[in-house]
Design a protein around this ligand. Structure first.
Ligand code: PLP
Ligand code: COI
Length: 347
């Protein structure tokens, strides 16, 4: 792999206490091209603009997907990834659904390790500090023929990160728009899945919500997931989360929380959840918590939700499960506790 190091690091220009998620990037990036049926020319170079043809198919037809993962630094300065092979596996699934070639796991891991080795000073210690790693693939072929491309770029950029949301989060349970449909691309981290959410989310924001809880596209009867996270509901002494499907992203944080819940003997049910069940539980006081989870948000308590013009506030509770799961997860990610699941991956 060719490596060109930056002449002078930009790190001294960064205010690490006031990071706006995903707006500041580290000194280096990884780039690799797909040409004549092969991934070629893997290269790390200074973070910089790239040049692509105006006819690149990703710009016209959205043939692009991405991943999101994090690196964490422990108190001794050692850096850890969290289940990176799961991110690679999911990227292969997303690529396949978008008719794009798979990128090799070996080179994926090697590229991330080398990037982190160069940019490790950008990862600060302390819970809440991390490096958000964004691998992505897009069709850069010079042609607006509406078919799958034969030329692509795979790149990785990295952004130092603190929290994704700075304030309280309220969500709107959506009744009209849909994020994903049966047989569609909802399970993939397809770039277009996110673009399609911006307009409904803009409307929800004007109504005072930060995100949308998407429901099934057929009848808007069942809970699916939120825009950037999977969801958990605590009703009475039970924890509920919907099963993944072709319209729900198989979140790595979600499956980790499920395993933690099982190990901790929390009564968890993975089953379809009706919106009506949540409304009923909110009305009769059984709904104790809603929380989202994902790489960027980690575990995020939701303080209230809206449905059908009504607003519902969640109770403030002690010993919340969202806090419990966040701590358990962070303790593994930051090398504070043992890792009985084998999720921590040394860099
Ligand atoms: N659902 C969507 C739509 C997402 O964008 C994300 C973020 O990655 C998640 C769920 C959570 O997935 P993960 O835990 O793998 O980050
Ligand atoms: C992630 O958590 O990696 C996500 O995909 C959220 C991102 C779209 C900001």
């Amino acid at each position: 792999m060719k490596i060109e190091k930056i002449k002078k690091s930009n790190i001294s220009n960064v205010d690490f206490d006031n990071l706006d998620f995903g707006t500041v990037f580290t000194d280096h990036m990884f780039e690799c091209s797909y040409r004549n049926g092969q991934w070629v020319d893997p290269e790390i170079k200074p973070y910089q603009p790239i040049s692509i043809s105006p006819s690149a198919r990703a710009l016209h037809y959205g043939q692009a997907c991405f991943e999101g993962m994090k690196a964490f630094k422990d108190e001794l300065g050692k850096v850890w990834l969290f289940r990176p092979k799961d991110n690679h596996d999911r990227m292969v699934k997303s690529s396949e659904r978008l008719a794009m070639p798979a990128f090799s796991e070996e080179l994926f891991i090697e590229a991330i390790k080398k990037l982190i080795d160069l940019d490790k000073d950008w990862i600060k210690t302390g819970i809440g500090n991390s490096l958000y790693i964004r691998p992505f693939i897009f069709a850069d072929q010079n042609s607006i023929n509406a078919n799958e491309a034969t030329e692509y770029k795979f790149m990785i950029i990295c952004a130092p990160a603190k929290s994704y949301y700075s304030g309280d989060v309220k969500v709107k349970i959506e009744k009209s728009f849909s994020r994903a449909s049966k047989g569609g691309v909802g399970y993939a981290k397809a770039a277009g899945n996110y673009a399609a959410q911006f307009y409904p989310t803009l409307i929800a924001r004007k109504e005072g919500f930060q995100q949308i809880i998407w429901t099934d596209s057929s009848n808007h009867e069942y809970i699916e997931e939120a825009g950037t996270m999977n969801l958990f509901f605590r009703i009475g002494d039970k924890l509920l989360t919907p099963p993944t499907s072709d319209s729900i992203l198989d979140g790595i944080t979600r499956k980790s929380l499920i395993e933690i819940a099982k190990k901790e003997e929390i009564n968890i049910e993975i089953r379809p959840i009706k919106v009506s069940e949540i409304i009923q539980a909110a009305n009769n006081g059984e709904l104790k918590e809603i929380f989202g989870c994902g790489t960027a948000v980690v575990v995020l308590p939701i303080i209230g939700f809206g449905y059908d013009e009504e607003h519902y506030d969640l109770p403030k509770i002690e010993n919340s499960w969202s806090k419990f799961f966040k701590r358990k997860l962070n303790d593994i990610q930051y090398n504070i506790s043992d890792d009985p699941f084998g999720w921590r991956f040394p860099v």
